[in-house]
Design a protein around this ligand. Structure first.
Ligand SMILES: Nc1nc2c(ncn2[C@@H]2O[C@H](COP(=O)(O)OP(=O)(O)O)[C@@H](O)[C@H]2O)c(=O)[nH]1
Ligand SMILES: [Mg+2]
Length: 358
């Protein structure tokens, strides 16, 4: 999964990038402190994976990963339109995190000299919608010839896309478009406002996202969360125990930092996690779309496993931890045998039986 960070200058995108990837990128109070897009990888923390590995004495744990891209040159705040290169990179993303400033800091200039999360979110969304409109218009133009020639697919795409464009003109992001067909067309052609988005209010200290921002997100079927990025960055410097204690004093809550963000992204993309690791050498977490069957899930691990899929031994992670080992769980009949059509559930541990003869 590739996650793109968007937002006004100085909203805290690069700060968030370093927090979740652990990479030190240049965080500075200037517009365009980000010159080149920074790419990083965020490990998805998952205590269940550690529990599975600990219970069975498995030394190696492989966490799921999310690619994060901090893209420069986008949405200067209405004074300049976003660069083409930045837009093209954004189109490759699976989902967006829209960072909105909610922190007060006189040393950090705001490009529009205000602290107004909703207005900021709207300003950036407007630019993204304008960019989408341009791309959609170009696509429609390219379709005209085929439409006149009677090409049915081109005709239906044109109808769907025209609807999306009319919505954009009325200030409706493609993800909030009324027709499912239109949303699908928009997503497939990489329209930015069709992508799943998480609005992240970058706050001074613990708190909820501003109500207005929550409403702005919900109007599009999206979500909003709050994160004190700078505080989290300071906590990340401390050793885990100190950090946990300080977090408690600051009332930052249970889910924090990268964990909170990644958790929200998983809910946004409707992903579930299954595990492999019925014994050494490694236990591994695998994110898949909810509703994926066992054969397709096996294919994530190895194409041979899907091709030669026979069946899967399945146990929920907590039952496995309780049993202490896959072998013990088999004896108590806690392990089920499932076929290729079994829908993999959140927290399942899978041992895949497969056979490829050639
Ligand atoms: N007080 C405060 N300052 C922040 C916070 N997040 C970022 N900053 C500061 O704001 C400035 C710009 O942040 P940066 O991540 O470079 O913004 P970007 O332009 O969106 O990438 C930096 O000086 C950060 O230290 C925050 O939560 N609180
Ligand atoms: Mg930056």
């Amino acid at each position: 999964m590739q996650l793109g960070l968007v937002g006004l200058a100085n909203a805290g995108k690069t700060a968030l990038f370093s927090l979740i990837t652990g990479d030190e990128a240049e965080v500075a109070p200037y517009p365009y402190s980000t010159v080149e897009p920074a790419r990083g990888v965020a490990d998805v923390p998952d205590p269940r994976l550690d529990a599975i590995a600990d219970a069975q004495g498995i030394p190696r744990r492989v966490r799921a990963q999310v690619q994060v891209v901090d893209i420069a040159g986008l949405a200067a705040g209405g004074r300049e339109s976003p660069g083409r290169a930045a837009l093209a990179r954004l189109r490759e993303m699976d989902a967006l995190v829209h960072v909105v400033r909610r922190f007060a800091n006189a040393q950090v200039p705001h490009p529009l000299e205000r602290i107004d999360p909703v207005a900021d979110a709207e300003a950036v969304d407007l630019e993204l919608m304008a960019a989408d409109r341009e791309l959609a218009e170009r696509r429609l133009e390219r379709l005209t010839k085929a439409v006149r020639g009677g090409d049915a697919a081109a005709q239906s795409e044109t109808a769907e896309l025209s609807g999306v464009v009319a919505g954009l003109d009325a200030g409706v992001p493609a993800r909030a478009h009324g027709s499912a067909g239109g949303r699908k067309t928009a997503l497939e052609m990489g329209l930015l406002t069709a992508k799943p988005v998480l609005y992240l209010a970058n706050v001074d200290e613990a708190g909820s996202p501003p109500e207005g921002l929550v409403a702005h997100a919900e109007a599009q079927g999206a979500h909003a969360m709050a994160l004190a990025v700078e505080v989290e960055r300071e906590l990340a410097e401390l050793d885990p125990e100190e950090a946990a204690q300080l977090a408690q004093e600051l009332e930052l809550g249970g889910e924090r930092g990268a964990e909170a963000l990644v958790g929200a992204m998983y809910r946004l993309r409707d992903l579930v996690t299954f595990f492999t690791g019925s014994g050494p050498p490694e236990a591994r977490a695998w994110p898949i779309p909810r509703g994926t069957n066992a054969a397709t899930a096996a294919g994530r691990v190895h194409t041979d496993m899907e091709r030669g899929f026979i069946r899967a031994e399945v146990i929920s992670w907590d039952a496995l931890v309780e049993s202490g080992s896959f072998a013990a769980a088999r004896e108590t009949a806690a392990v089920r045998l499932e076929g290729k059509d079994y829908i993999v559930q959140e927290g399942d541990v899978l041992e895949i039986r497969f056979n490829v003869s050639d």
